[in-house]
Design a protein around this ligand. Sequence first.
Ligand code: PLP
Length: 379
Amino acid sequence: MYFDHNATTPLDPRVREAMLAWLGPRFGNPSSVHGIGRAAREAVENARQQVAFLIGASPSRVMFTASGTEANNAVVFSCAENRSSGHFVLSAIEHPSVQAAADRLEAAGWAITRVAPDRSGRVEPQRILEAIREDTAVVSLMLANNEIGTIQPVAEVAAGCRQAGVRVFCDAVQAAGKVPVDVESLGVDFLSIGAHKFHGPLGAAALWVRGGIDFAPFMVGGGQERRQRAGTENVPAIVGFGVAAELAATELAERGTRLAALRDAFESGVKRLADVVIHGAESLRLPNTSNLSFPGISAENLMIRLDLQGVAVSTGAACSSGKVESSATLAAIGLSEEEAASSMRLSFGITNQPAEVAQVLRVLEGELARLSVADEGGG
Ligand SMILES: Cc1ncc(COP(=O)(O)O)c(C=O)c1O
């Protein structure tokens, strides 16, 4: 039973079907001028339209990248290009691909302001706008947080940034395909999304850049992606990304209702089992994400026990490269180390069934009882 869809999602069979042709009989370099190349170009351009439609954008402003991380790095470093110093404002709960890029700028002499969210995980727009200075180059605010799912007031922040003449970037990687994303109503200048969070393939993502905004390419080489992102396009993954985006756009409302029903059934069930604290519940949240603390219980132990029972969840601590680090997001919302260490995330997906929620609650009940006995026995 897989409840870790914010990490990645299984490929939709309809997406796989579309990709298979490009992993077999069809192939080609979209930059080649012969017929085989032109067919690959057509497939990429078709996908660009599908992806652009999902975010209410013009296809000509969408460039494909190999990951959400690459798109996010590209925005930060592009805004810093040709400036030896400046100021960058970001929320304290941005994804590590934005945080680490900010750290690099800081090491190079930039001033960085990290704006903390409230206890529910929402960043107050006024606090971001107050941080803007004369030399602020860009403001970064994600649309939905990957760990607790809180949806951020991006449109309000973007309106204020526009008045101040400051560029604004929105990482919508975790939001796209789960809640409506529209570049115009958000009013941002840059926006990133990634296919593998909504049943598309790994290794395909996109960056949208508003017309008229300067963008300094992060990847240089050939003239691909209108000279904004060099590198031969990953045609099979991009084709899959396009189909996943089209399906997400068509099924968005239905998916949202289904996901929220699973999440709500889980949360009401878990509240009957234990004295849990559900993070972000007072804020607008993604329909699929539940992040909760089990006071006095080690979430890592619980996660391992669930894994042994065939249940995949993730802990409040972000696990990257095999090493478990404490979560910056949970610390930013004011959790103590102990509270963060007792936090677990379940993120539901469209293939989860209500019966799986009932089953995970049964498994959880047994494991929580065993862990409390172990704790009482000093184990
Ligand atoms: C909010 C957010 N931004 C960016 C990323 C990075 O995307 P990718 O895995 O495609 O590099 C993730 C992935 O977890 C994410 O949740």
